[in-house]
Design a protein around this ligand. Structure first.
Ligand SMILES: [Zn+2]
Length: 188
């Protein structure tokens, strides 16, 4: 093996925990020293188009893709992937290849789905990480520390068996603490 291995930093957390803001903060350190940076986001995550935009008002340009196979390093030393839970299993191999090439890789994503269960490939990426940031939000009900993502469909807490991704549906999400997190129909 010649050359340096890359490093993987995973930024995980619930809805509204500031993952994109933290990503942009971390990437801005690379920008200061002139590293070339590319951010990828999945087309399912269509808000903000070809931008990664934080609630702090910071933003960086992003490349929208439909599959992890479209992720390439190009001339960049730093590659970031937003909302990794939307990608398939093949993102894991893509990340490993980038690391093998000496790339600095940053990944953001929801570590739990709306049921409070491990969310797709995020657990695998978190276990491969050299560095892990697990962010929290503020519970929209009690103002406690939120670690869960509440899903609401037509004004009611979404039931356990509602589909994980409802494309274009009437659902929305908010941050909740474990006490305020509701999942009707959870198997006991
Ligand atoms: Zn709460």
């Amino acid at each position: 093996m010649t050359g340096k291995q890359g490093r993987l930093h995973v930024i995980a957390g619930c809805m509204s925990s500031g993952k994109t803001g933290e990503l942009i903060r971390l990437l801005s350190r690379h920008r200061v020293i002139g590293d070339e940076i590319v951010i990828y986001k999945h087309q399912v995550d269509s808000r903000d188009g070809d931008k990664a935009r934080s609630r702090l008002g910071t933003e960086m340009g992003a490349v929208v893709v439909s599959d992890a196979s479209e992720i390439t390093q190009g001339p960049c030393r730093v590659v970031a992937v937003e909302e990794a839970q939307f990608f398939g299993e093949n993102l894991i191999d893509v990340v490993r290849d980038l690391l093998g090439n000496g790339c600095q890789v940053y990944v953001t994503g929801l570590n739990q789905d709306f049921r409070g269960e491990p969310f797709s490939i995020m657990p695998a990426l978190m276990s491969l990480a050299d560095e892990l940031s697990l962010l929290t939000a503020i519970c929209q009900k009690c103002h406690g520390v939120a670690t869960r993502t509440q899903r609401i469909i037509d004004g009611e807490p979404a039931s356990w068996d509602s589909p994980t991704i409802l494309v274009g549906g009437g659902d929305f999400y908010e941050a909740r603490c474990p006490d305020c997190h509701q999942v009707p129909g959870r198997p006991s």
